[in-house]
Design a protein around this ligand. Structure first.
Ligand code: NAP
Length: 912
């Protein structure tokens, strides 16, 4: 028959409160009183609150004895409850023997180590510090406070290498400890509780770790002992180390997140002197690397500096960005309010070092925090900012920065850069002119610059930094760190949100971007607005939506019976990607590639064409305002032969996305193979055939002169060669010429202009040369072929050649300019026509105008080109895959397929 127990619970904290609730479920137990610590300010210990909720008498004593003698009034109150068993689940006070022995059945006490090892107040810490293989707890018959009383029961678990003081407490000592207290009480009730005398074999009494002098780490020991010491104090209070600054000043810091590091010394770290170490430690991309006396390494992921916990790898960056110390009274009042919001969510006391996630918050808590903070402080805030500043003091600092800056941008960031003011299109636009590396605008090595020329007036517009191979290396290192660091922390959905933020910012700045593009590249403003910028925004939005839809598949494979097998694939980002783009649609080429690359989860650097890098630099500024972490996107104007080549050669770049000419594409492919066999996709030149059958809608066919003259012919899919059926040839040419004569040529910023200047002088000169070769080979130049008379700037007259035969240079090679090349064909010989259309090494695009759907679809079947337009031309869309065949390259931009260019497939097989 079980005894009726009248229990006094003496203790504090959630642990004691959970034990109380567990015991209340037992029918043979009556909790007659709860004895706990006094309130801290207005905050009552949770044990008291829980007891009061169950209408159990609560007593709060600041101490039980004075000068070694039990306080009579305290003793009297204790006796008044008439307990026959004392249960001490977690007790920080010294309980006099009159109480311990005062209950007829005695006192049972929880202790978080396997006694007799680690007696004393910091038993869990010492279990880790001493490198024990097992951790556990004891429930013993309480003694005079030295943890020597007889044992009632013990429980143990293996210590995992990933365990810290926090994890071992949360995963075992707490949950199993609460249950075991119930078991112990049951054993007492049934009279089966043993009293096993503790042996002295293996007994230790360890110092209390709440004393700061005991928290100092000794770095003169093996890496394993350093690791164990740090995890034994993680997350509270943290191992103390001393950093010696370059000027000799010392700063005490606390270390967290230790793990053994077997990848060896780092090559790209910065030295940091720590007191007690003879060699320097290293700040590197994954933290702080410390070498133990045995030559092995331990890596520290987080450092607490003052009240702020930072990523250890950010040590030097954080030194640049001083923490805010001059809080106003109003800001301090906001701090209290903010702490209240955190406390309500985490249901725990909030300290400067409280980590939102370590305290148990999940994704819904992030949403709640963001919404409550936005409402309380009227600030813009995104979920990802919580992930970037998860520690309370950090988060408060972030909040204050946002409040001080007003609502300037989603991430509340401010940017310093050197630039120039473009005064055009009734606007004044600040345009950065430096390289953009790791979230900052910086000069190129040696302050090298490129002259940027306005093609409309041939004047130098500004100087832009010109990246060297070393600058490329810095950007790659930044992208590499971001890929394995901050970018990994951001979920795919948050990534999509950042991309949407960016698209919104581009939309808000679209007139500025189109103006820059127009001045820099000569694009007609209206086209720049609609296509160069408009389609760029569409690309960012389209791929933003793809971020959280990147999925693998489950694959049925043959199991080895009797086992079963699960095989599935994961689509993973490749890593650091290099992007190299041409000058014809500077922002759009950037966006087509980069949006897919970023959506897939990669980091990148882009080398835009040296002649017109300005929209890429303005774009870089917007990425900061959108909230992209440093290093994810880097922009490096420079020369192809140097900066571009360095990207193709770099060992850490794992994928190269290239758009440009076929000869450079071939060269790049070799570099990709020779360097590190990086994956590459090549969007190269074209000489796209367009066939106009006599049965077509002639008005429509002529209207689609854009197939050739769109964006001044600087269009990779421009119809490089027209085949016009002989029956309508002369009429077609007549109508084209009629339209050309009325085409408005001039300042691209003028809204009525249809045709602007060519992009740059070398290209302009090549077009003159191209036309001269056509004439020399006997083609008939029926219009243009020369500079627009009386106009400064690289204005090339739209040009038409007829009587072009298949063997001519102008029939074979791309002009990339406003030059229409027309050949005749006879409608009775469609088969030969299709062969002629395919008689080119290019295979980018193609088109056909006919009302005969059979003829049109046969053409689509037989043409060797990545894109086919029927009764339309230049109709591209961000959702439709785009890319060439044959020597127009391989790989796709745009559409779902583009994502695959920036992903790799991993196949996982599990046997069960
Ligand atoms: P390009 O001369 O091939 O240059 C393209 C890019 O490559 C530029 O940024 C260039 O730098 C860089 N580059 C040059 N040499 C390099 C090297 N050794 N290593 C790495 N990068 C290097 O082409 P472009 O004249 O700028 O553009 C016109 C060509 O692009 C045309 O053939 C056109 O058809 C093609 N294109 C194709 C597509 C498509 O989707 N298929 C789209 C647009 C354009 P610099 O700035 O220093 O020259």
């Amino acid at each position: 028959m079980a005894l009726k127990l009248k229990i006094a619970i003496i203790g504090q904290s959630n642990f004691a409160a959970d034990v109380l609730e567990l015991l209340l479920e037992r029918s043979n137990v009556q909790i007659v009183g709860v004895f706990t610590i006094p309130d801290k300010g207005s905050r009552e210990d949770i044990l008291a609150t829980t007891a009061a909720a169950h209408k159990i008498p609560v007593f709060k004593f600041s101490g039980w004895r004075r000068k070694g003698v039990a306080l009579p009034e305290v003793l009297e109150q204790y006796k008044s409850v008439g307990a026959n068993l004392n249960v001490l689940p977690f007790c920080s006070q010294f309980i006099p023997m009159e109480v311990i022995d005062g209950a007829p059945l005695g006192s049972i006490c929880y202790h978080p180590s396997i006694l007799p090892r680690h007696r004393g107040a910091s038993a869990i810490s010492w279990t880790l510090i001493e490198g024990d293989e097992v951790a556990g707890f004891s429930i013993f018959w309480a003694d005079d406070g030295l943890d020597t009383g007889p044992l009632l029961l013990t429980r143990q678990t293996n210590l995992e290498p990933t365990d810290t003081l926090d994890t071992i407490y949360k995963r075992f000592l707490y949950p199993e400890g609460v249950k075991a207290m119930g078991v112990a009480v049951d054993m007492v009730a049934s009279g089966t509780a043993p009293k096993i005398t503790q042996t002295e074999v293996g007994a230790t009494y360890d110092p209390a770790m709440f004393k700061v002098e005991n928290q100092m780490i000794n770095l003169q020991q093996s890496a394993e002992r350093i690791w164990n010491f740090v995890r034994g104090l993680d997350s509270v209070p943290g191992a103390v180390a001393t950093v010696i600054e370059a000027d000799g000043t010392e700063e005490q810091v606390r270390l967290f997140g230790a793990h053994l590091y077997s990848a060896g010394p780092v090559s790209n770290g910065q030295p940091l002197r720590l007191k007690g170490l003879t060699k320097p430690a290293w700040i590197h991309s994954a933290g702080l690397l410390i070498e133990g006396t045995d030559g092995a390494f331990v890596n520290i992921r987080r450092i607490k500096r003052g009240s702020k916990v930072i990523g250890a790898s950010d040590w030097f960056k954080q030194a640049d960005q001083q923490p805010i110390t001059d809080f106003t009274d109003d800001e301090l009042a906001k701090r209290t309010l903010l702490a209240g919001i955190w406390q309500a969510i985490l249901k725990d006391e909030i300290e400067a070092s409280t980590d939102f996630f370590a305290a148990g918050a999940g994704s819904m808590d992030v949403v709640r925090l963001v919404e409550e903070v936005k409402e309380a402080f009227d600030v813009p805030l995104e979920n990802e900012q919580v992930f970037m500043a998860p520690v309370f003091e950090e988060f408060f600092g972030l909040l204050v920065r946002i409040i001080r800056q007003g609502s300037g941008g989603a991430a509340g960031q401010q940017l310093d850069f050197e630039g120039f003011t473009l005064r055009a299109n009734k606007r004044e636009i600040r345009v950065p002119t430096q390289l953009f590396i790791n979230g900052e605008f910086v000069d190129a090595e040696g302050k090298r610059t490129l002259d940027i020329v306005n093609p409309t007036d041939e004047e130098v517009l500004c100087q832009v930094a010109c990246a060297t191979a070393n600058d490329v290396d810095k950007a790659v290192q930044a992208a590499h760190s971001a890929f394995y660091g901050s970018w990994k922390q951001i979920s795919s959905r948050q990534r999509g949100q950042l991309m949407l933020n960016l698209a919104d910012l581009m939309e808000r700045h679209k007139e500025e971007l189109a103006t820059i593009e127009s001045v820099d590249s000569g694009a007609v403003y209206t086209l720049a607005l609609k296509t160069h910028v408009g389609m760029s925004i569409d690309a960012w939005r389209y791929f933003a939506g793809c971020c959280d839809k990147i999925q693998g598949s489950t694959i049925p494979v043959n199991p080895a019976r009797p086992n079963n097998v699960l095989t599935f694939t994961r689509k993973e980002p490749i890593g650091v990607c290099g992007l190299i783009t041409p000058w014809n649609y500077p922002l759009m080429m950037l966006s087509w590639k980069m949006a897919a690359c970023i959506a897939a989860g990669n980091t990148c650097l882009i080398k835009p064409a040296q002649t017109c890098p300005l929209t890429a630099l303005k774009f870089a500024e917007l990425t900061v305002l959108a909230g992209f972490p440093p290093g994810v996107i880097n922009v490096l104007p420079g020369k192809g032969s140097e900066a571009g080549q360095a990207v193709a050669d770099h060992q850490l770049v794992r994928k190269l996305g290239f758009t440009g000419s076929t000869p450079v594409g071939k060269h790049i492919m070799k570099s990709c193979a020779d360097s590190n066999l990086k994956k590459c996709s090549l969007e190269l030149g074209g000489k796209s055939p367009l066939i106009v059958f006599a049965d077509c809608d002639m008005d429509k066919a002529v209207k689609h002169m854009s197939s050739v003259f769109f964006n001044k012919g600087e269009n990779c899919i421009a119809a490089g060669r027209l085949f016009v059926e002989d029956r309508i040839h002369d009429e077609f040419v007549r109508r084209v010429l009629k339209d050309l004569r009325t085409m408005t040529i001039g300042d691209p910023l003028n809204r009525s202009t249809a045709h602007g200047p060519q992009n740059h002088k070398a290209h302009f000169d090549k077009l003159l040369d191209f036309c001269q070769r056509g004439v020399a080979e006997g083609a008939q130049l029926v219009y243009g072929g020369c500079r627009v008379p009386n106009l400064k700037g690289y204005f090339f007259t739209p040009t038409v050649f007829t009587n072009v035969t298949d063997d001519m240079y102008i029939a074979q090679e791309e002009s990339f300019g406003p030059i229409m090349i027309i050949s005749k064909f006879n409608g009775s010989d469609v088969d030969s026509l299709f062969q002629r259309a395919n008689r080119t090494e290019y295979g980018l695009a193609s088109g056909v105008f006919t009302k005969d759907i059979g003829k049109a679809l046969s053409f689509a079947d037989r043409i060797e080109a990545g894109t086919v337009f029927i009764n339309v031309y230049n109709k591209t869309d961000v959702a439709a895959p785009f890319g060439g065949f044959k020597q127009s390259g391989y790989g796709k931009d745009l559409g779902q397929e583009a994502l695959n260019e920036y992903l790799k497939t991993k196949c996982v097989t599990v046997e069960y």
